[in-house]
Structure formats: C-alpha cells, structure tokens
Design a protein around this ligand. Sequence first.
Ligand SMILES: *Cc1c(COP(=O)(O)O)cnc(C)c1O
Length: 424
Amino acid sequence: MIAETPFYQFSPQVLQAAGDAEARCRAVFEGIQQVEEYNQQKVLRAFADNRVSETHFYGSTGYGYGDMGRETLDAVYAQVFGAQDALVRHNFVSGTHALATALFGVLRPGDVLLAVTGAPYDTLEEVIGLRGEGNGSLKDFGVQYRQVDLREDSQPDYLAISKNASTAKVVYIQRSRGYSLRDSLSVDTIAAIIQQVRRVNHHAIVMVDNCYGEFVETREPTQVGADLIIGSLIKNPGGGIARTGGYIAGRKDLIELCSYRLTSPGMGKEVGCTLGESQRMFMGLFFAPSVVASAVKTAVFASAMFESFGYAVYPRFDEHRTDIIQAVRLGSPEGLCAFCRGIQKGAPVDSYVTPEPWDMPGYDSPVIMAAGAFTGGASIELSADGPMREPYAAWMQGGLTYSSGKTGVMLAAQSMLDSGVLKL
Ligand SMILES: *Cc1c(COP(=O)(O)O)cnc(C)c1O
C-alpha cells in the first residue's frame, strides 16, 4: 500500500493497487538504475574529456563563427553516442525537422530510400512524399521510396530486407514504436538489421530515427554500426531542460552533408549562433540519463498497475525496453478520456484543464491529449494521448521525476474509477 498524503484523495483501492504494482516492479527498477548509472558516467566522462567550462555557456549572436559552446556540445554528443561527429542545434525546430534535414542532406535524385521497419512516423509521410504533392518532398526531388514491413510478430523481415537493401542509398530504421502497438526495436535488433544490410550492401547509409530511445539502453545505434542517428531535444536527450532543438550524430562526412542542408553548402556547421541556449542544452544532456530513468520507471509502474486492472499493456512491465513509451489499451472512448483527464491532473502546468478530443490536422479521427509541460509539447514530461478509435489505446510517455510520474498514473486510475469505467 502506498502512503496517503493530504494532497490528493486516492481511494484505498488505488493506493493498494499502486503499492502492489510498485512492489512487483522492484527488480525492474534496479535494472533501470544500473542503466542510469552507466549512462550518467558516460555523459560525465564526455563532459570531462571535452573540458566543458562556463565559457561554453556564453551565447553568440549573428553568424556565430567560432562559437566554442556549440562546437564543444557537438563533441560531447558525439562522444556520448560513440559517433565521429554531431550536429546539435536549438534551431532544429523539432525531431521531424532534424530527420528531414538528415534525409535531404544525404539523398540525391534517383536514390532509393528503403524503410525496413514498416511505415515511418506520421510526420515523415509528407517529407517522403507519401502524402501531399508539389510540397518539395523527397519524391518531388526524384528520391524513390520503398518499404519493408515488420513481420506479424513485430520482428524485422530479414529475408525481405536482404532482397531489397542492395539498391538502397539509405536504409531507414525507426527504433521506437511511435503510435503503433508494435514492439520497439532494441539496439541488439538494430545491430542484427545492420549486419543483414551489410551482407548485401556495404555502402548503404543506415539511418536510425532514435526519438524516445536515447539512454534507455546502455548503447545507442551508432555504437552498433548505424551511420546516422537523429532525435529531438524536447524528448530524452534534452533532459526536460533544453527548450527546443534536435540532433544528428554519426559519420563525419555525413554530418557535414547534413550541416549543408541545415545551413547552406559551404557554410555547414561553422555558423549558427547559439543565443542563450547552450547552457540549457548542456545541462539537459547532463540530466538526461536520470530523467530518462524516471520516465522509464513511470512507464513500468503504469504497465504493472494497468495490467492488474485487466488492460492489455504494451510493453508488459518486465519486458525489455528500448524507448520510454507505454501503450495501454483502454477499450472504450470513456476509458481513454478518463485516463487522459487523470494524467492531466497530475501535470505541474495546466493541471486544471480538462482534455477533450479534437480533430487534429493529419489524423483521420479525433485525438485526445493530456499534456501540461514546462516546455510546449515536450513529451519527456508526462503526457498521454490517443486517437478516438478502436482499440482506444493511450500512449503515454515521460515523467521528469518518478514521484510525479507515479502520481499522474495514479490520478489516471482514480479518474477512471471516479467516472465508473474502472470497477475495483
Ligand atoms: C517524436 C518523434 C518524431 C519526431 O516528431 P516531432 O514531433 O517532430 O519531434 C519522429 N519519430 C518518432 C518515432 C518520434 O517519436
């Protein structure tokens, strides 16, 4: 049983279920702590080796030539991710922008982009040209797209990958489940895909959408042979402190090409003022292993608790994790709404707001979202959302601290109990 406090009125059944769930998670939490400690030392070592100092926090303006903070942050990221180089910028407006920069950076007319983990994240459809016409997509520039789906059991289709990889310029892997109920890909599985690709194509550029994956395991895809990894700083590696931004890390020659796309050919990484953002990007990276561990613990706790209520959860609490996402199949519109409303109540910001389903551009059914974050849209902070259609699943992620994340999850259960969709 989890102790009562005077601050939130939880029913005895919720307190009991939370206590039981937490007890079941104990061994899993120990594993998470080991990963956290490993990754914290990895980050600390990189700060020390690159002699990070206060002078790196002074922001530059204008062109930003010779900005030592920017150059050092790139070097620290590269070391942490076991990459030759990195491009870490507050002026990547989102993960999609960083991914698009990498794709346009290395692909040329006539090249083939091969996605080997099924359909990529929704926002990439217009980048690739699967949706929309004449918008300057890869397709508009003559880049062909092919796709190998995951098998029924969520595993890569190695046979189909080796059949298709020989003509690919870029082989594209998405680590996280995104908004599907498939399994996320462990770094081991990513390594196996890369080996398979290399058997038939030595030159293919293996690119990994690493969003939500950073610091969940002790290795990143660049440490098992990926040529480029890409992510968002308002997710894992920003540690809840970076206010915006994204990164690309990997092979030096490819980072240079990406930098030409971000700024312009010839200028590349040599320009780009940091204004006042460097300190927060350094600090966020420093906090990231610990914040990611809190988010993973929150996900594991939610999984154990909602499974005990009889809901299907993806992944189960004791399954191996490689991202911070937890899906819970709530089975009814009322269940999904009550869940998200409870999560919202646990937010430090906008906790008084009641989420309602709404028609979001690009989605075929209304979506309900719970988010009350210090940084707009930051999903390393506790958040949950789901489309109002079968199977009425909520995807939740984040939690800057485990205690606040746990409270949010308990409020979700309480909200479902109060609205009568959950009977205990
Ligand atoms: C978040 C995310 C992205 C990028 O989304 P943005 O909202 O543009 O940052 C891409 N792929 C995956 C798997 C993601 O989780």
